[in-house]
Design a protein around this ligand. Sequence first.
Ligand SMILES: Nc1ncnc2c1ncn2[C@@H]1O[C@H](COP(=O)(O)OP(=O)(O)O)[C@@H](O)[C@H]1O
Ligand SMILES: [Mg+2]
Length: 326
Amino acid sequence: SPEASSGAGHEAAEAFARVEAARAGEPQDFEWVARRRDGSTFPAEVRLRRLEGPEAGGRVLAVVRDLTEEKRRQEELRAQERLAALGRLAAGVAHDFNNLLTPICLYPEMLRDLPGLPERARRALGVIEAQGKRAAKLVRQLLDFGRGSVLRREILDVGGFVTDAAEMLRHTLPDSVRLEMEVRAQDVRVEADPVQLQQVLVNLAVNARDAMPEGGTVTLAVDRVGPGSLPAEPGAPDEGEWCRITVADTGEGIPADVLPRIFEPFFTTRAPGEGTGLGLSQVHGLVAEHGGHITVESEPGRGTTFRVYLPCRGTEPEGQKKGETG
Ligand SMILES: Nc1ncnc2c1ncn2[C@@H]1O[C@H](COP(=O)(O)OP(=O)(O)O)[C@@H](O)[C@H]1O
Ligand SMILES: [Mg+2]
């Protein structure tokens, strides 16, 4: 009924005019904030048409389509595009910085061994060199998630890979943090760059550690999930099998207002000098480059769970079966 679209209250006059225009024979297509019986509102697409025929009696047909889901997808897509743009920007800045840093790292090295250089100057040059190298390392991290980084992909058995990574991580975690490893499916294979996949695990584990200053448990898990298990994402094809790597902690969690921003480059809640805000944006970039997806779920006070989905590969490396001639 036409009343369905007249609920916006403050614009009742416009709604009325639309219905009248439709009644007069002018089809009306427009977006509207529609109101449900319970008073809540939703974005809607409204089409008004005059019913033709002798029995129609000047009645108007209204078709109201709920746009909530569509709007949400658009918003998500925009957020992803913003993220990708920021990533490219960061990579561009990183590239220029890399060039600027080269002499800053090299000259101290050259000057340090000049004969007759006062000890104080030598020490200062050492500091410049060390800090320059730290900056260069940071910049390399930045460059990593900008596209164009060279991938050396191979077929990896994820259960084994993550188990090995867990061994390595165990040594970097304080005693108060327990690390549990659960391989829930065997022979789960993906095509990935091992260095980058390791970086993903390290970044997530470091964040988990930081979220548990009083200690707790990090759980790493690997399993395989079928088509349709990806959480809704715009444009995400969800046909094949996914390898799912879970990194869960029992830490402080992430407040709901912070959650949407955590993958942004430079976003950090840590004290100045303590966080770069690049860890998760790097993770996001690396996962995307592998054709994967990452999701996060968090409950403040209880913990956070990141899930990385990578497309599963068969046992044989696909590149060797096809593509090459001769
Ligand atoms: N496991 C986690 N538990 C709680 N908060 C987290 C977790 N992982 C990430 N965060 C939040 O996301 C922010 C961004 O993380 P990240 O990109 O790694 O940058 P950084 O660690 O340098 O702050 C962190 O500052 C923190 O607020
Ligand atoms: Mg971090």
